[in-house]
Design a protein. Structure first.
Length: 253
């Protein structure tokens, strides 16, 4: 490996650690105030696939770390991606999404048919050279058989674009069995309006995964399967549509 490539990999590693620290700090502060989390989960993913648009090489590999937790007055979700970590053009992107439960803060029962709770929701999107800010309302849904189902409705603001727009984000996880295999169907969809020079776009990333760990008496520890990216008007660029299936392995810590 050339010295330049080694420096690039090391630089990417340091940037990744710095971004992880940046994202984890607000969660740690909230958890300290609450005394301890009620639940938490962290997982590490590796994805590989092809047919990606607006990049030099149509194939892409991604290392992703996800973390979610619940505390006394809400929940947090964060992830960060390192895309193409083996290349000179490796990129880092992450999101931090805290939510505050209005029901828990006020002591009121805000449940309704199919709704468990109403929350204040926000998201910070951070990439190399940009930040986007989202704020709005979230619903924690009560859907039969789902491990979780959430619907967040945001005002979306890209400081580099004129004005602001909306974003609607459902996310979910549904377990089921297929023969002797335990499966999960999970994912999210971001539906964002036009903003400045950016067009209306839909970014959907559903996953179908099998619990591989079940077959060696470690259920819930290792999952394998596929994630499909469907992105209509990718990055808000009108007419750039992407359909990219990927192989995926997920380690739950």
């Amino acid at each position: 490996m050339k010295k330049r490539s080694i420096r690039s990999v090391l630089s990417t590693g340091f940037k990744t650690l710095a971004l992880a620290a940046l994202f984890l700090a607000p969660c740690a502060a909230q958890e300290a105030q609450a005394g301890m989390t009620l639940w938490n989960q962290t997982n590490l993913q590796y994805l590989w696939g092809g047919k990606f648009k607006l990049q030099e090489n149509s194939t892409q590999s991604t290392i992703t770390i996800e973390h979610a937790n619940g505390w006394k007055y809400g929940d947090n979700f964060l992830f960060f991606d390192v895309t193409n970590p083996d290349r000179e053009n490796a990129a880092i992107y992450g999101e931090l999404s805290p939510r505050l439960s209005l029901g828990k803060i006020t002591g009121r029962d805000l449940s309704a048919p199919l709704v468990k709770d109403v929350l204040l929701a926000g998201t910070l999107e951070v990439g190399q050279g940009f930040r986007n800010y989202l704020y709005g309302v979230g619903l924690s849904l009560n859907l039969p058989k789902f491990n979780f189902a959430d619907l967040n409705v945001y005002v979306r603001n890209d400081p580099k674009q004129a004005g602001s727009t909306y974003q609607v984000t459902p996310c979910w996880q549904l377990p089921f069995t297929a023969g002797k295999a335990d499966m999960i169907f999970e994912g999210f969809t971001d539906i964002a309006g036009s903003e400045g020079d950016l067009s209306f776009n839909i970014d959907a990333q559903p996953r179908l995964l099998m619990d591989l760990g079940k077959f060696w008496d470690a259920p819930g520890s290792v999952f394998v399967g596929t994630e499909v990216i469907y992105w209509h008007n990718k990055y808000g660029v009108k007419g750039v549509n992407e359909f990219a299936p990927q192989a995926m392995i997920k380690f739950v810590m």
